[in-house]
Structure formats: structure tokens, C-alpha cells
Design a protein around this ligand. Structure first.
Ligand SMILES: Cc1cc2nc3c(=O)[nH]c(=O)nc-3n(C[C@H](O)[C@H](O)[C@H](O)COP(=O)(O)OP(=O)(O)OC[C@H]3O[C@@H](n4cnc5c(N)ncnc54)[C@H](O)[C@@H]3O)c2cc1C
Length: 587
């Protein structure tokens, strides 16, 4: 069946929903010539999107609790990203964050409050007053359920605006005619049927891909479908070597313990009870940026100061929140208090939480301009009618390392801008003609995977990918490990072609879904390893033992990588450093 929409959004997380809201509101977004038909496709029910897991808050220089300025926020974002951030985009992010937070409040988001009724704010890593003097209270929050509140607010507003939702539709392919997007092809999970959606403007907002690593804070659905589908159709990916490990995942499980615990005063300690961040970041201590704290934890572990003390990579340290008291923990951090009690049997009121770094956030992804238009080449030319926003996109406001609370800002600031720009485009543009037999390649792929032969088990391929990415493309990297990872993932991509789906049914065939998702993860893991190997310097989350210094002369560039058959082709783009000249990054 073929359906037609003006604006089509793939993904119902914070970025997709904000874009849908704006695109559907044609009066504001597109000059009000006529209402736009807007639809959202999502492989999950919108309220199960991963944005719902965001705990700690959304950064905006409201200055409700102490003096703060958007300029300081922009500077922290640039410095936090180790100067690989595009600076005009960072200024836009920080300035628009203030409007965005009040907009969310006006639309119904129930933020936590100060005693005098203002939106309350707390500290978060890397966010400082007056260009680095000390921590500032910038994170606006709704207890530790901020993302859930954002999703709920935006979903309700989309329903009000008449946005059409196709829940549990899995997008498998994008329809491109040269550099013009014409639509997508999706499987309806409930029936197994393939559907073609034609659209004037298509936005990808499919979230992150932490599932390529063994220990991760990401949900099972975070498999990078958008970037992988586009990459297989010739779209480049940008800065894929920069993958963030969050310092505090629950030991062994990876479930996130939000930075808000340290924002409220929690302290990291080693097996001797020492506050080891005093040695690594004397000014910001436990509120230094995530890349630095993750490296500090791993260095402590490697030198035998982890709790077990054997120096093995799976050792852990302790997050001590006992001095915060029951009231703060249960009122301001109820979810993580519950996680610790449920998953570890440890009450954080009485004992420290065992933590270790967990794969968390993709700084890289689909390159876009500040209006969400997808960039096609090193010259910055864009695709027509093709957009991306949220974690799957790379604007780039996070550079080499994202600051906590800046993803939620990214979703609402750039999701909104992308929605507006889609609407303006769709008001004028005609429908493009899709290729002949638009769902043919997807149909053929499914038929091949379900041909009844006995192939390799997908779980074996998946497990090898997760292990090699964790051990060789993790917090510390070097040429030998990266070359091995690249080779292994290349082999695994070959093995995937021998995988077959064992469940032949059509309805809710999760076996098929997982095999398709695995292919996406493998393609992105491959680009990540290749891009990491290529970048011979250390910057932000990309720390190379064999190239320990940042090298602005050679590497102050965004990397671009194209998937080409069994290999990758690379190029680079300039970084916008128009406001702050790169300086050494100390905290
Ligand atoms: C545990 C945790 C806590 C966090 N806390 C914070 C925080 O406090 N502050 C902060 O700023 N950031 C935080 N982050 C990061 C932030 O939450 C995410 O980066 C952000 O929510 C991603 O939003 P998104 O809109 O890009 O995608 P998501 O919310 O992940 O949504 C992706 C959407 O795409 C859909 N989709 C995916 N693939 C397909 C497909 N093939 N076909 C159809 N639909 C598809 C999914 O169904 C889903 O609707 C946290 C992250 C985690 C993991």
C-alpha cells in the first residue's frame, strides 16, 4: 500500500515529536498557506521511545537559582566537546534552550520547583559559571524523570495537532532519487506487511546505537537504524569515532545512574575510600565532563584501585550518596534510588552504589546543517527533502564529547528547527517520483532471510560484535586494537549474510526484526572502528594511547565516512571555530 504525506517523521522520541509538532503547525511553521499532512512512524509505541529514560535534566541558562548566561552555556558546550563543536550551532543551542524550556513548561511539562515556584535547577558535569570558574546550577529537571515528562508533553501536543501515528512500523529503507528524498519503506510489525510512504520531506530521528557495545545504558531498540539505512544508500556519516562512555552505569548491567547524583553532591571513591577525582580534575572534581571521569575511573581500576583491586577491565568503583540523606534521594532521585534497591539490593541511603563506565551516547551520526537538512558531501551540499535530528544526527553541537543535559536541549532546539524547515519546504515542493518497485529491495531481503535454509545464529554474531567493540573500541584505544576490531567487524558483516531467520511467521516476527537491527549495528560498528583508527590524536571521548595529544593542526576537522561495499571511504569537513579559539582543556 502506498501512502502520501507532506512531512514524514521516522522516530517518536523527543526530537521526532518536536519536529512533528512544528511541521503539523503549518500556520506558524510554513506561512500558513495550507495545513500539512504530517505522520510519525515508530518501531515502538511513542511513549516507549528512549527519550523516556532520560533522567537528570535539560540544560538552559535560566539563572533561576544563581546567575547564569547562555554565553557561558555555549562556551562550556564548546570546551566540553574539545573544540570539535561547530560554534555558531552551540550558541544557537544555548540561546534557544531558554525559550525551549519555557515552551515545554507552557505546554504542560511538570518541572520540579524552587520554594518560590520557579523551575528548579541543579549542577551537571562540565557546566560552569563565568567560563569555567566553578559549577553552576543549569539543569532543569522533573525529579529524575525529565525525559519521560518531555515525551508525555510532546506526544499529547502532537495528538492535539492531528499528527497521524503509525506505531510499530519498522522503517527498513529510504527512497532516494539522486539527492532528492521521496519517502521510506516500512514493515508493519503486527502483520508483516510492507508499506511504501511517499513524502515531500522525511526526517530521521531514530535515536542512538549503544547496543553495539556489551555494557550500555541504551535500550534494546537503540540499534542505529536511521544512520545505517541512510549510509547503505550513500549518505555519509560524521564524527563516528566519538562515542561517549558515561562514568556511572550500574556495575555489570550498564543501567544508568544519572550524573544528577553527583550534581546533588554524590562522590566517586576508590577501594581506599579516596575521592580520586581530586587528582584528575581539581576544580570540578566529580562534576568534570564524562570523558575525563570515565578515563579516571578506568585508570584507577587499571592501577589496582578498583573495588576488587585486580586491575581487570570489569572491576568497579563506588558512587557514594549516603551523605545526601533519604529525603534528597527519595524526592529528587527516586528512580535511581529504586534502581539501586531493585537491581543491586543496595539502599543508596545506607551504602555506596557500585558503578563502572557504560556505553551511552553517539556524538557522531547523520551530518546536518542547523535546520536539520542532511549534508551530502565535504563541500556541505545538502539533500533535498531529507532531514535528521536528535541523537542519530550530528549538527554538530557535541563535538568530541557531549555534556550532560545537552542532548535533551539538542532534541528540542534542533528537532523544532528541522520541523519548521520541513514544513516550509513541503509547502512549496511537489512530490518527487520514487524509484520503480520501491519496496522491491526490502521484499527481496526479507525473502532471502526467510528462505528456510539453516544459517548462522544471529546471537553469536551479535555477541562477538559487542565484545570486540567493548574491548577494542572502548574508552582507551590504540592502532593494534582498532585494526583488530575493524577486521573482526568486517568478518562479522560477512557472517551476517549467512544468518537466517528461524521464525517464518508474519505477525510480530521479532526474530526478523532483530536480524535486521543487527545488520544496522554491524554497519555502524564498522564505520566507528574505521573512523577511530583513522583519527590519530586524542580528543574528547576518543583517547588513543598511541597518540595521546590533541592535534589541532592535523585533526581539527569533522570526519566523514561513506560505506562502500565491504569498505569505507573517508573525507573531512572544517569545524566552525569562529568565536572561541581552541585552548588546552583543563578543569
Ligand atoms: C538512561 C539514559 C539517561 C539519559 N539522561 C539524559 C538526561 O538527563 N539529559 C540529556 O540531555 N540526555 C540524556 N540522555 C540522552 C538522551 O535521552 C537521548 O540522547 C535522547 O533522548 C535521544 O532522543 P531521540 O529523539 O534522538 O531518540 P529516541 O528517544 O531514542 O527515539 C528514537 C525513536 O526512533 C524510533 N525508531 C528507531 N528505529 C526505527 C525504525 N527503524 N523504524 C521506525 N522507528 C524507529 C523509535 O521507535 C523511537 O521512537 C540519556 C540517555 C540514557 C540512555
Amino acid at each position: 500500500m502506498i501512502r502520501e504525506y507532506d512531512a514524514l517523521i521516522v522516530g517518536a522520541g523527543g526530537s521526532g515529536l518536536y519536529a512533528a509538532l512544528e511541521a503539523s503547525d503549518a500556520a506558524r511553521a510554513g506561512g500558513g498557506k495550507r495545513p500539512l499532512r504530517t505522520a510519525v512512524l515508530s518501531k515502538l509505541h511513542p511513549m516507549r521511545s528512549h527519550t523516556g529514560a532520560a533522567q537528570g535534566g535539560i540544560g538552559a541558562a535560566l539563572g533561576n537559582v544563581e546567575e547564569d548566561r547562555p554565553e557561558w552555556h555555549a562556551f562550556d558546550t564548546v570546551k566540553g566537546g574539545d573544540y570539535l563543536v561547530d560554534q555558531r550551532a552551540a550558541v544557537l543551542l544555548a540561546e534557544d534552550a531558554v525559550r525551549a524550556v519555557y515552551d515545554l513548561e507552557n505546554r504542560g511539562l511538570a518541572f520540579s520547583r524552587t520554594p518560590d515556584g520557579k523551575i528548579d535547577q541543579r549542577r551537571f558535569g562540565g557546566h560552569t559559571r563565568n567560563f569555567g570558574e566553578g559549577p553552576v546550577r543549569r539543569s532543569c529537571y522533573a525529579a529524575d524523570r525529565t525525559g519521560h515528562q518531555i515525551l508525555q508533553t510532546l506526544y499529547q501536543q502532537c495528538i492535539k495537532n492531528g499528527v497521524e501515528f503509525f506505531d510499530e512500523f519498522y522503517v527498513m529503507d529510504v527512497l532516494l532519487s539522486g539527492r532528492r528524498c521521496c519517502g521510506v519503506v516500512a514493515i508493519e510489525l503486527a502483520t508483516g506487511e510492507l508499506h511504501t510512504f511517499r513524502a515531500k520531506a522525511v526526517l530521521f530521528a531514530t535515536g542512538g546505537f549503544g547496543r553495539m557495545f556489551r555494557v550500555t545504558s541504551n535500550a534494546y531498540a537503540n540499534t542505529g537504524d536511521g544512520p545505517a539505512v541512510l549510509a547503505r544508500r550513500g549518505v555519509p556519516l560524521q564524527d563516528m569515532e566519538f562515542y561517549q562512555f558515561h562514568p556511572t552505569g550500574i556495575r555489570g548491567l550498564g543501567i544508568l545512574i544519572t550524573e544528577a547524583v553527583r550534581g546533588e553532591g554524590g562522590i566517586l571513591r576508590n577501594r581506599r575510600g579516596e575521592r580520586f577525582m581530586e587528582r584528575f580534575a581539581p576544580t570540578l572534581l566529580d562534576l568534570a565532563p564524562r570523558d575525563m571521569i570515565s578515563r579516571a575511573i578506568l585508570s584507577e581500576i587499571k592501577s589496582g584501585n578498583g573495588v576488587r583491586g585486580d586491575g581487570a577491565i570489569d572491576d568497579w568503583v563506588l558512587l557514594d550518596a549516603t551523605h545526601l540523606g533519604k529525603d534528597v534521594l527519595e524526592k529528587k532521585l527516586p528512580d535511581i534510588t529504586g534502581f539501586s534497591r531493585t537491581y543491586l539490593g543496595i539502599d543508596p541511603v545506607e551504602a555506596p552504589i557500585p558503578v563502572q563506565p557504560t556505553a551511552h551516547y553517539a556524538m557522531g551520526g547523520i551530518p546536518t546543517d542547523v535546520d536539520g537538512r542532511v549534508i551530502a558531501d565535504a563541500a556541505g551540499d545538502v539533500y533535498e527533502g531529507l532531514y535528521a535530528a536528535g541523537e542519530c544526527a550530528c549538527v554538530s553541537v557535541h563535538g568530541a564529547n557531549r555534556l550532560g543535559t545537552n542532548s535533551l536541549v539538542d532534541l528540542v532546539v534542533f528537532g523544532r528547527r528541522a520541523g519548521r524547515s520541513m514544513a516550509a519546504y513541503a509547502q512549496e515542493a511537489p512530490f518527487a517520483v520514487p524509484p520503480d518497485d520501491p519496496d522491491g529491495p526490502a521484499r527481496a531481503e526479507i525473502a532471502r532471510l526467510k528462505d528456510g535454509s539453516t544459517g548462522r545464529p544471529a546471537n553469536v554474531v551479535r555477541s562477538r560484535m559487542e565484545t570486540v567493540m567493548m574491548e577494542k573500541v572502548g574508552i582507551f584505544r590504540n592502532e593494534r586494537d582498532l585494526a583488530e576490531a575493524e577486521r573482526t567487524v568486517a568478518e562479522l558483516r560477512g557472517s551476517w549474510r549467512e544468518v537466517r531467520v528461524r521464525d517464518s511467521s508474519r505477525r510480530f516476527n521479532t526474530d526478523l526484526l532483530e536480524v535486521l537491527e543487527l545488520r544496522n549495528l554491524l554497519d555502524l560498528a564498522y564505520v566507528t572502528a574505521a573512523a577511530a583508527r583513522q583519527r590519530q590524536e586524542s580528543r574528547g571521548a576518543h583517547a588513543r594511547d598511541d597518540h595521546p595529544q590533541r592535534d589541532d593542526t592535523r585533526w581539527l576537522r569533522h570526519s566523514l565516512a561513506w560505506l562502500k561495499g565491504d569498505g569505507t571511504v573517508t573525507d573531512s569537513r572544517p569545524v566552525d571555530v569562529s568565536t572561541w579559539a581552541p585552548r588546552p582543556r583543563a578543569y
